[in-house]
Design a binder for this molecule. Structure first.
Ligand SMILES: [Zn+2]
Length: 65
């Protein structure tokens, strides 16, 4: 859980920089909330992770695939 906290801190910082541009494609990053599901090997139950992802033209195909 400590790792997730760190990620959220990073996401919060990234969200604070609104309108930042990707240096590669020049597109303004769009923060989206992505929900992924993972099956825990220990408990055999599904858990859902919410992630904020910065989307630009470099990664939009991977994100929306
Ligand atoms: Zn880009």
């Amino acid at each position: 859980m400590a790792k997730q906290q760190t990620f959220q801190d990073k996401a919060a910082k990234a969200a604070a920089m609104k309108g930042s541009k990707c240096p590669v494609c020049g597109t303004i990053f769009q923060p989206i909330l992505m929900v992924t599901s993972e099956r825990s090997k220990v408990s055999q139950s599904w858990k859902f992770n919410e992630r904020r992802v910065q989307v630009c033209k470099c990664n939009e195909k991977q994100v929306y695939a």
